[in-house]
Every structure is written in structure tokens, then in C-alpha cells.
Design a protein. Structure first.
Ligand code: CMP
Length: 143
């Protein structure tokens, strides 16, 4: 079993997509382990996107992420990191297949509704950043 970090960004929360997105993850068979509706501080947004620090769009990305509430989550399932990325779809919604979350709900890369960890290492780092030790596997969840 693997865990991955998923975050509905401010555009997804504003558009009322928390429910539909939770449904897609649950229907796929993922088990929800943690969930928190929150505002993120600039410092946390910068840490979260540290690998994009040198990119031209970094400032815009951090401003956007801190512009409203986000819904941070930890989902568990077999190959959760890769399976969640497939459900989410291509980073640029214009190239995301219909049936994926970005393919169905977004059109622009800067406001692409949702984030999913891109590797097991990123997932560990992002779960720690948002949930600390709460996100670590401990007592098995009920089925
Ligand atoms: P995400 O999967 O959260 O990871 C990095 C984010 O950077 C990505 O989704 C996009 O929202 C954002 N991003 C990538 N490319 C661009 C771009 N050219 N302009 C603005 N934002 C971008």
C-alpha cells in the first residue's frame, strides 16, 4: 500500500469541486487517510513548490496558492502516487484527457484545480509538510 498527497487548489474550492473530486477518488477505490480545509502561509507554499523556485511562474504560483482555501488530503491505495496522477490528468488541462479531473474541470495550467505528488519521495515530503506525523501509517484504517 502507498500513500500520496493531493491538494484541491483555491480555484477548485471556489468552483465547489471538493465533493466531485472526493467522489472520484473514492469511486476509484482510494482510502482517505487525512483531510484538512485550510489557508496556506506564503512560506509553506514556497516550501511545497521548492522544485519550481527558479521557474518564471513561481511567484504567480505561490500567490495563487495563497489566494484562498485549499483542501489538503492524503489518499492510500496500491501505487497511489501514479494512480492518483492518472486520475488527475496532464498538468496542462488543455492537454488533459476528458474523464480526468483536469480534463473535465479546467482549461489553464496556472489554475489547474488540483495537485498530486509526482513521486513517492515528493509524497513523503508533502505529507510531512501538511500533516506532520499524522500522515504516517499507524493504526490500520477500518474497511
Ligand atoms: P502542480 O501539479 O501543482 O505542480 C506545479 C504547478 O505549477 C502545476 O501544477 C501548475 O499549476 C503550475 N504551472 C506549471 N507550468 C506553469 C506555467 N507555465 N504557468 C503557470 N503555472 C504553471
Amino acid at each position: 500500500m502507498e500513500r500520496t498527497f493531493v491538494m484541491i487548489k483555491p480555484d477548485g474550492v471556489r468552483k465547489g469541486l471538493i465533493g466531485p473530486i472526493l467522489t472520484r477518488f473514492e469511486q476509484k477505490g482510494f482510502k482517505l487517510q487525512e483531510m484538512k480545509l485550510m489557508r496556506i502561509e506564503r512560506d509553506k507554499a514556497e516550501q511545497h513548490y521548492q522544485e519550481h523556485r527558479e521557474k518564471a511562474f513561481f511567484g504567480e504560483l505561490v500567490s495563487f496558492l495563497t489566494s484562498g482555501q485549499v483542501c489538503a488530503m492524503v489518499w492510500e491505495g496500491p501505487n497511489a502516487v501514479a494512480a492518483a496522477r492518472l486520475l488527475i490528468g496532464h498538468t496542462n488541462p488543455a492537454n488533459a484527457a476528458p474523464g480526468t479531473i483536469r480534463g473535465d474541470f479546467a482549461l489553464e495550467v496556472a489554475e489547474n484545480i488540483i495537485h498530486g505528488s509526482d513521486s513517492a519521495e515528493s509524497a513523503d515530503r508533502e505529507m510531512e509538510l501538511f500533516f506532520g506525523t499524522d500522515a504516517k501509517p499507524g493504526i490500520p484504517s477500518f474497511d
